[in-house]
Design a protein around this ligand. Structure first.
Ligand code: NDP
Length: 246
């Protein structure tokens, strides 16, 4: 029996990268996992892998976090299936780096919708029942770009600073309710995240960075496990994980 046996985690953005690794790590510790993202086929493949590997409950709920109804449904289905939500990993995100002068206003909107509104919808859908049950844990995935602004990260950073502000506000407001919050800020992790960048100048900059050391998704998943396996009086509020430099 794992140390999270009987607990249930919702992971948004579980179809790849950090979300998929987090689902694996939490299942490895015995937690039931609810996998949420838009690409249902990839979620089904992961669900099959986890079901074969671990003795935990696994549920797939196709979810677009920019749709409030989808996120409400995600939490409802989780409650119906597993009886409640212990951990909500607000991980879904997009990083459409661009220079402001290139005016990619639709990409700014998309980042605000996924990275900020998506996180808010998770809070809206899961927090009331966590307060009612007197326990629960939000893990909000921000970024080192939520601590400093890099050239071309202005809007992405704005969304990740917002995630950090939400986490810090939750810590202040929820202290005493039994609900914990952890803000996780990864440095560069090797995932699909940069593949959606369209700004040619940024793409050229990325080419220059080839060969630098990056983290693996599992490195961040381990931080999530660390945060949620502490005694209930311990509130791990901030984790920053950067790769070493060469
Ligand atoms: P990936 O691109 O591998 O994963 C992003 C996930 O977000 C996918 O599962 C994707 O699923 C999901 N997603 C995107 N849009 C939506 C949406 N509208 N509704 C539901 N799910 C959505 O990148 P990472 O694993 O790297 O990113 C995970 C988080 O980590 C993000 O918040 C990112 O900002 C953060 N981060 C990543 C860093 C890195 O260097 N990789 C560094 C710092 C932070 P689907 O497309 O199937 O919906």
């Amino acid at each position: 029996m794992g140390q999270l046996s009987g607990k249930t985690a919702i992971i948004t953005g579980a179809s790849s990268g950090i979300g998929a690794a987090t689902a694996r790590s939490l299942a490895n510790e015995g937690a039931n996992v609810v996998l949420a993202a838009r690409r249902e086929e990839r979620l089904n493949d992961l669900a099959e892998e986890l079901t074969n590997e671990y003795e935990v409950g696994v549920k797939v709920v196709e979810t677009d976090v920019t749709k409030k109804d989808d996120v409400e449904r995600l939490v409802e289905v989780t409650k119906e299936t597993f009886g409640g939500v212990d951990f909500f990993v607000n991980n879904a995100g997009v990083m459409l780096l661009s220079f402001l002068k290139n005016d990619k206003v639709h990409e700014w909107e998309q980042m605000v919708d996924v990275n900020i509104k998506g996180v808010l919808y998770g809070i809206h859908a899961a927090l009331p029942s966590m307060i009612e049950q007197g326990s629960g844990h939000f893990i909000n995935v921000s970024s080192v770009a939520g601590h400093e602004v890099f050239p071309s990260s202005t809007v992405y950073s704005a969304t990740k600073y917002a995630v950090k502000a939400l986490s810090y506000g939750m810590e202040k407001e929820l202290s005493g309710t039994g609900v914990r919050v952890t803000n996780i800020s990864p440095g560069a992790v090797s995932t699909e995240l940069p593949e959606h960048i369209t700004d040619e100048e940024v793409l050229a900059m990325f080419k220059d960075r080839e060969g630098r050391i990056t983290l693996e998704s599992e490195d961040i998943a381990h931080s999530v496990v660390y945060a949620v396996t502490q005694p209930s009086y311990v509130n791990v509020n901030e984790v920053i994980v950067r790769p070493m430099k060469k």
